[in-house]
Design a protein. Structure first.
Length: 268
């Protein structure tokens, strides 16, 4: 992408994260101003009246509070994207359902919220596992998928269908961050990403993070498959290059006036 104008700002949610710190350092290298937004409702300190481009990194709940004031266009994959993805790329049976349906299950299943982290994504032994309560009504949307084994999982920052940077983040469910550039299966990962974006790239925002992994199910041979897709503006860098990841974040959470027709369906 072209060099960022010096007047552009990277606005950070008030909750600290190591990724926010890394992206902030990368933004300053580009001449951007970096500001941490105030926790309270008073946004006077955000200088939102200035004639500058605001970009954002942080959580979705805080983003909902500030997006209009800052004029943000936040790109987000559709909640049912994974369930609608061809099985050639998902590698497993996935369906969109409600929390009520998940709580009626009589078998083990992996249950997760489609986008928001409203409850822990996990393998639940039966329907008694997924939580419910005042903050989680039974009509809450969920995704239910068959139980599989992830041998390793990688985080891929995609911009216009190209992997800009990435990182392994887990091996058999345990944190193990390795830069994509040094990954022993880098060629396989990039080949899978190329096939995915070639076939289904139009179903994703132009700037997005896709998690992929080497998966096995039902005793079959391991194969590469999609774990999930996430908002780039709320994704961990792990061992990815933060300077390259910033390219993706700036597109995914920048001025609403710059959202293209291609991305408009992904900007609520």
């Amino acid at each position: 992408m072209p060099p960022t104008r010096p007047a552009a700002r990277l606005m950070l949610a008030p909750q600290y994260s190591s990724t926010a710190e890394l992206l902030a350092a990368a933004a300053r290298r580009r001449g951007m101003r970096v500001e941490t937004l105030p926790r309270g409702a008073d946004m006077a300190d955000s200088r939102d009246g200035e004639d500058t481009e605001a970009h954002y990194y942080g959580g979705p709940l805080f983003a909902a509070r500030v997006r209009d004031r800052l004029g943000l266009g936040l790109l987000e994959p559709a909640g049912d994207w994974l369930a609608e993805l061809p099985r050639a790329f998902s590698g497993r049976a996935i369906r969109t359902a409600t929390l009520a349906e998940a709580r009626a299950l009589a078998r083990p299943a992996f249950v997760k919220p489609p986008t928001a982290k409203s409850f822990p994504a996990a393998v639940y032994g039966d329907g008694s596992g997924p939580p419910a309560g005042p903050g989680l009504p039974l009509w809450t949307p969920v995704q239910i998928s068959e139980v599989v084994t992830w041998h390793c999982e990688v985080h891929l920052f995609l911009l216009d269908g190209e992997v800009r940077t990435g990182s392994q983040y887990a091996v058999f469910g345990r944190l193990d961050a390795v830069p994509l550039g040094g990954h022993p299966q880098r060629a396989e990962i990039l080949d899978f990403a190329s096939r995915l974006t070639g076939a289904a790239g139009h179903t994703l925002p132009s700037a997005v993070v896709v998690d992929a992994g080497l998966m096995s199910a039902g005793g079959g041979a391991p194969r590469w498959a999609v774990v999930e897709a996430n908002m780039a503006w709320f994704s961990n860098c792990y061992a990815a290059d933060p300077y390259a990841a910033l390219d993706v974040v700036l597109r995914a959470a920048g001025p609403a006036s710059r959202v293209t027709e291609r991305d408009r369906p992904f900007s609520g």
